[in-house]
Design a binder for this molecule. Sequence first.
Ligand code: A2P
Length: 271
Amino acid sequence: MSAVVSDAVPQRFPIPDGVFAETVVSVRHYTDRLFSFRITRPASLRFRSGEFVMIGLPNAERPVFRAYSIASPSWDEEVEFFSIKVENGPLTEHLQKIRPGDTVLMRKKPTGTLVLDALLPGRRLWLFSTGTGVAPFASVVRDPETYEKFEEVILVQTCREVAELTYASELVAGIAADPLIGEIAADKLRFHGTTTREPSPRMGRVTDLMRSGQLFADLGVPAITPETDRGMICGSMAMLKETKSILEDFGLAEGSNAAPGQFVVERAFVG
Ligand code: A2P
């Protein structure tokens, strides 16, 4: 596939074997630390909502690949990602400069554990995230199957600043108007964004809010129980460990693709 390449990410090297070379369709910058972008979708790409894939840029003979959660749902005609910008990050230093028309490389096999198949049936689905950890859940909340399996879906994201909540809050607000899932999702999906370093209506780390019970009081739901609640967790290593241990204290057991359980965990990737 040939693509128009901007000055920002010069393509001086051939596309490696075994990867898709896709074209950037759009880019949106939310803050000086966060941006999202959409690329063309290869016809043969198959994935389950919530999975991740390795992506890179054709700017070196041996391109740097990093794991990125696919933020778009499996029915979408394009593929969306939500990324942090890491200063001197081997990939994001360049990736943050992409423009429509540039080429992004994508390895062919998506994988991951934040998938509905890895959860036992339940009533309420919790999606716990910090920062760009919300990306796989942007996929899950746009998948009709999520609403076939759960009566209630609560997306929780903790960020440092208010502007970092924009990607997910706009996404959830827009779902009501979506012709495919708007009707089934509207009454079931809620977004609960909190900040830690800038004043906002809801402050505090998701972990602290769960421990204190404030999260459940704010949402008007009972505390988590293994009978009704299921969870997916995506954030930094420290956040994963803490949230996992809190869910275990509530009596939930971790699951996987091979052995579905009451919650699943995936690291949010940066690079
Ligand atoms: P804090 O501001 O208290 O560090 P980052 O941008 O560094 O990835 O962090 C995203 C959000 O995750 C921040 O609001 C941060 O809070 C929060 N956070 C960091 N560590 C944890 C943790 N162990 N559990 C829950 N939230 C965390």
